[in-house]
Design a protein around this ligand. Structure first.
Ligand SMILES: [Zn+2]
Length: 451
């Protein structure tokens, strides 16, 4: 029976079936976690005395709301809309519109680069509007209901416009260059493509924290004082090339707290979220709500969190991730170079027989043809990331911070209303970090070993 179907139909059905199966797995796992939210009524033994029954209940309801929304999104976006789009040749329709618009604007429709730019902008506009109801619901209904939304509608709109414009400013030249390199690069264009994207990604990693992140959030230097001195001492003891120390007012966007450091070469900057720091007038905002007072960590706990972060640096986790990313990119470009002349790929998403735009080939191969491979790799990266987290915890333990790190993890979890109980299958598939209880358990084991 398969023999009767043209190759393009077989390609389309394979894509649809895989996407459906993958989303079915996601649905099943999320349902399992929902069952955990519905049935966990007691604070786990390990957290009794630190996490109150009230907080536990709040976290449970917050988790339940998020998971139900996740199911809704999976059904509507990932299953229904995606399948309809694929089946109805939506991508080819947008390409046709882009060609018409290119002509209308007096540009050259014979230039594949110009039509590709138009296509890119169009598809991004459509995507932004498609996501908007979900984003608005998530920010102003879901997060708001649980006290995490700090955005006003005005801030939200400005934020969305800024990130849309930035997306276009970055992606238009990059995509134009990709199409151009494929056009002129000869049989081994994938090597040039890889070299180009390698440089672009390194430049972006370097430029992002210094020039781009400040467009979205307010950064201020950490004020002089005991905490700053202790951080500098900790960094110096590990020979960490500390540049500047910043606090980001992340709480304007949302109240989920964290800390990170940036910079590939030379001096690195450490960034602390203001929500990590204890709220006692450190921020220039004096109008803290009752909810915010007393949130955050003591200095010693902040240091423990930083010891963990510095562990990522000392153990070369960032470097390893970048190398893996570059290898991935190389493999993707080789796959693309081998497959992109195969016309059924284009017909599968609705294109007529002789139209094979480079950008479309790239999207179809990267997103759909390689989808099973992408799923496997992303699972592998999740597993690796959890290993790195344990290793960074172990590093902090080696510096004598295990008790403070444990306390900080519990506090941050409570401040973020994180629910401590997880279905093991859901967690294994989704979590880039071990769960709170897993990390506490491991920290305890490490402490016992050291004694
Ligand atoms: Zn970490």
């Amino acid at each position: 029976m398969l023999d009767d179907l043209p190759a393009s139909q077989i390609t389309l059905y394979s894509i649809l079936i895989f996407l459906f199966l993958e989303n079915l797995i996601n649905l099943y796992l999320t349902r399992r976690q929902i069952y955990v939210y519905q049935t966990s009524k007691d604070v786990p033994l390990e957290l009794q005395g630190v996490m109150g029954k009230d907080t536990f209940e709040k976290a449970r309801l917050y988790g339940l709301d998020k998971a139900n929304f996740e199911v809704f999104k999976l059904l509507v976006c990932d299953i229904a809309i995606s399948s309809i789009e694929l089946y109805s040749g939506f991508i080819a329709m947008v390409w046709a519109r882009a060609t018409v618009l290119t002509a209308k604007l007096g540009m050259n429709i014979d230039s594949e680069i110009q039509v590709s730019i138009m296509f890119l902008v169009l598809i991004n506009i459509i995507g932004t509007f498609k996501d908007m109801p979900f984003k608005i619901y998530s920010t102003f209904v879901l997060e708001d209901k649980h006290g995490f939304n700090k955005q006003t509608p005005g801030f939200f709109v400005k934020d969305q416009i800024k990130s849309f414009l930035l997306g276009q400013i970055l992606s238009v030249p990059i995509v134009s260059a990709i199409v151009y390199i494929v056009q002129i690069g000869g049989d081994y264009f994938f090597i040039w493509l890889w070299a180009f994207m390698g440089v672009v990604s390194l430049v972006l990693i370097t430029v992002y924290p210094v020039y781009i992140a400040p467009l979205f959030d307010k950064f201020r230097p950490l004020e002089e004082g005991k905490l700053k001195t202790s951080i500098e001492n900790l960094a110096a003891s590990l020979k960490f090339p500390l540049g500047k120390l910043f606090v980001v007012e992340g709480s304007k966007r949302s109240a989920h707290s964290n800390a990170y450091f940036t910079g590939l070469f030379g001096a690195k900057r450490i960034v602390l979220f203001d929500t990590l720091l204890i709220n006692k007038g450190l921020s220039d905002d004096t109008d803290l709500t009752d909810d915010e007072k007393g949130k955050g960590c003591e200095d010693q706990e902040v240091l423990a969190v930083l010891a963990h972060e510095l562990g990522h640096w000392k153990l070369g986790h960032i470097r390893k991730n970048i190398i893996i990313m570059q290898v991935q990119m190389f493999l993707l470009f080789i796959a693309f170079s081998q497959l992109f002349k195969y016309s059924p790929l284009y017909q599968a998403v609705g294109f007529p027989e002789n139209v094979q735009p480079i950008l479309i080939g790239f999207l179809v191969i990267a997103m759909y043809i390689l989808a099973p491979y992408n799923t496997l790799i992303s699972f592998g990266m999740t597993v690796l990331s959890r290993r790195f987290e344990y290793q960074a915890d172990e590093f902090a333990n080696g510096l004598g911070y295990s008790e403070d790190l444990g306390k900080a993890l519990v506090k941050l979890n409570i401040d973020n209303l994180g629910f401590p109980v997880y279905d093991w299958m859901y967690s294994t598939w989704n979590h880039s970090h071990p769960t709170l209880l897993q990390r506490l358990e491991r920290l305890k084991t490490l402490q016992r070993k050291d004694r």
